[in-house]
Ligand binder design. Sequence first.
Ligand code: T3D
Length: 265
Amino acid sequence: MTADMPLRVETADGVCRLTLSRPEKLNAINAALGAALADALDDCAADAGIRAVILTGAGRAFCAGQDLDDRDPSRMTGPPDLGATIEQVYSPIVRRLRNLEKPVICAVNGVAAGAGANLPLACDIVLAARSARFIQAFAKIGLIPDSGGTWMLPKLLGEARAKALAMTAEPLDAETAVQWGLIWKAVADDALMEEAMALATRLAQGPTIGLGLTKRAIQAAADQPFDAHLDLERNLQRDAGRTPDYAEGVSAFLEKRAPLFRGVR
Ligand code: T3D
């Protein structure tokens, strides 16, 4: 990747770090960045050597959502079809994040606004710098929260907080986001990447097939009744029990040694 690419992709030790890289625009998403992110997530899914992913932003922001320079009404002949970009850019990214059967950690390094506030919610574990803020900025420009926001916010926060955040577009600081259950952890700004890398490395060395199945099961809980969910757990546990990592985990426990997981079927 060259320096002017909108997405930086770095892979080492089983961890792929994806850095939104348009810092002069607070990493606002344009067509090129959206496409690069979707492609990179496909690569993460296809590469068995990648066992955990980190999503973060370059510079002082995580992401300011849609690049509004590409939505200037004075340069358009009529209203845009935003449903088309949701269909072609935002929903495909969110679907990829949710469907990737590998842990995805979001390291929110600064302000996260609009779609940029909701992409983290589609990741599995969210760490945020203490200075980060989450802003459902859509209300300021007459839009609704997208990128799964109207699904994730009430699920994580309840309707009262979801509606207030979405309708006021007031910023939510990282510590409150933790207290409210929106994200996992707030960490000191200068410790964010170190902590995110340590977590991703630990997960990448873990039983990653089992972690992927865990992700699938937890996400499926919203869509089905308890009884059906017990059947899903049975099926996924059957799969997990057939992985070499399960045998290794039990052997290591019995032999009182550290397990060496490989994340393969
Ligand atoms: O396809 C579709 O359009 C539908 C999908 C929609 C998804 C969405 O995400 S809609 C929501 C779009 N995002 C926003 O409305 C957020 C706009 N940005 C802001 O409200 C603020 O910039 C922030 C709260 C994020 C940060 O404020 P602050 O004061 O820290 O920074 P700033 O001065 O506003 O921004 C710094 C620069 O980034 C500035 O450029 P300049 O003046 O230095 O040349 C600003 O224009 C630019 N910037 C920030 N956000 C965007 C942006 N440029 C283009 N698009 C942006 N979204």
